[in-house]
Design a protein around this ligand. Structure first.
Ligand SMILES: Cc1cc2nc3c(=O)[nH]c(=O)nc-3n(C[C@H](O)[C@H](O)[C@H](O)COP(=O)(O)OP(=O)(O)OC[C@H]3O[C@@H](n4cnc5c(N)ncnc54)[C@H](O)[C@@H]3O)c2cc1C
Length: 383
């Protein structure tokens, strides 16, 4: 039987993971078309958090499968994504939010997450030098942690090339081409190139909505700027702490050797494509940051970067076939957790494209769910 052709638009961690799995299955000629350099989009800006604490079962199952594959990365893809199980701690000082955390932990345990509820004294042990007296409760997952998105994307790119994937960089896809029956037949790029594929996968992250608009398909993925700061060395700061998230302010931080990386607290930022770092914005975070981590008062900030999280109205990705267009698939809008879910999304998408049952039930991430009324948000961990 002749090979089938798949064109994947977008060479971020998601597009690369899908390309690898498809190429591994055999019977597919796979091409990735990337307008810049692979891995240089939102993936390059990610913190690298890998967590299994989520408010919905679909996200938990994707995260569990993703984490499992990060743990066995070298055997599966080769290379090293530098996954460290430093743990993940969510906490709150508010009684109502504490209840959300307790209920969340109960649900997560039913879904297979090894999460424990921790009291302030225990949190003080987990994150030395953090102000914990005013906290109500926290939830902690010891097996979660942090990976290196740049290293992971580079390893996946190499894995794709070894598996025979053709990678076209510097090619900006301007149109998804359909035949008269509305089936996907390929893509056209700004340079006038046309790539044929009976399967086309849209993995364009924060830049997805404008690409889908001409097809009349609503992909409500808003580019949402997140800025991250790295300090210089901070005396007495422990070299390893769990990735700690303050649910009341949205602030998060983790160690980076003797330095500290922090960010978040930005849900109010209006959507837009501006990624230019604004180091002075750190003043907005100063009070909550100094309150929670007083040691940071004297810390110089040596690096600031910004990237675009790809937010959907319900904070879930759009994963699967695009209704009305046979052969057209989407995997985008992971709402700030696409790095950790990418290895699972690769498997899920390869199964869906091959017409097989995916390893995780994807009903909650159905791409067609926004064509009518957008669903209300679930009880979320918002940061
Ligand atoms: C500051 C920050 C921190 C984050 N922290 C975490 C974290 O801790 N954990 C986590 O899991 N996630 C995190 N994320 C989210 C994570 O980075 C994303 O969910 C993930 O990288 C999405 O991958 P992607 O492949 O869908 O998108 P991208 O990496 O953006 O890839 C999409 C690619 O498509 C290309 N493209 C777009 N349009 C076209 C076109 N028309 N033609 C050709 N190519 C096109 C782009 O150039 C880009 O390379 C964070 C994001 C930010 C900004």
């Amino acid at each position: 039987m002749q090979d089938r052709h798949a064109v994947i638009i977008g060479g971020g961690i998601i597009g690369l993971a899908i390309a690898f799995e498809l190429a591994q299955m055999g019977g597919w000629q796979v091409a990735v078309v990337e307008r810049h350099r692979v891995g240089a989009g939102t993936t390059a800006k990610a913190t690298g958090g890998i967590r299994t604490q989520f408010s919905t079962e679909a996200n938990v199952q994707l995260a569990l499968l993703g984490r499992e594959r990060f743990a066995h990365w070298q055997d599966i893809y080769g290379g090293d994504p530098r996954f460290q199980r430093i743990g993940y701690l969510f906490f709150s000082a508010r009684a109502d939010q504490a209840e959300v955390l307790r209920r969340g932990a109960e649900r997560q345990r039913r879904w297979g997450v090894d999460v424990s509820v921790v009291e302030p004294a225990e949190m003080a042990g987990l994150v030395p030098h953090m102000t914990t007296e005013d906290l109500a409760v926290g939830t902690f997952t010891e097996s979660d942690g942090l990976g290196d998105p740049g290293a992971a994307a580079a390893a996946l790119e190499s894995a794709c090339r070894r598996a025979g994937v053709a990678i076209h960089e510097g090619e900006d896809v301007r149109a998804i081409e359909l035949n008269g029956a509305g089936e996907a037949v390929g893509v056209g790029t700004a340079s006038g190139r046309r790539l044929f594929g009976e399967v086309v996968v849209v993995a364009t992250g924060a830049w997805t909505a404008p690409l889908m608009e001409p097809l009349g398909f609503l992909a409500p993925i808003a580019p949402h700027r997140r800025q991250v700061y790295r300090t210089g060395p901070v005396a007495e700061w422990p070299p390893v702490i769990p990735l700690a998230v303050d649910l009341d302010t949205g602030l998060y931080c983790h160690s980076d050797g003797a330095a500290v990386v922090f960010g978040g607290g930005d849900r109010h930022v209006a959507p837009g494509f501006d990624e230019v770092p604004q180091p002075a914005d750190v003043v907005r975070l100063a009070d909550p940051l100094m309150h929670r981590w007083p040691l940071l008062q004297a810390a110089p900030i040596v690096q600031t970067w910004a990237g675009l999280r790809e937010m959907t109205p319900d904070d879930h990705g759009l994963v699967g076939p695009v209704p009305g267009h046979p052969g057209l698939f989407i995997a985008a809008g992971f709402s700030g957790h696409g790095f950790m879910q990418a290895p699972a999304v690769g498997l899920v998408m390869a199964a869906l494209i091959a017409g097989a049952a995916p390893p995780v039930d994807m009903a909650a991430l159905d791409p067609g769910r926004f064509q009518g009324q957008a669903r209300a948000k679930e009880e979320q961990y918002v940061f």
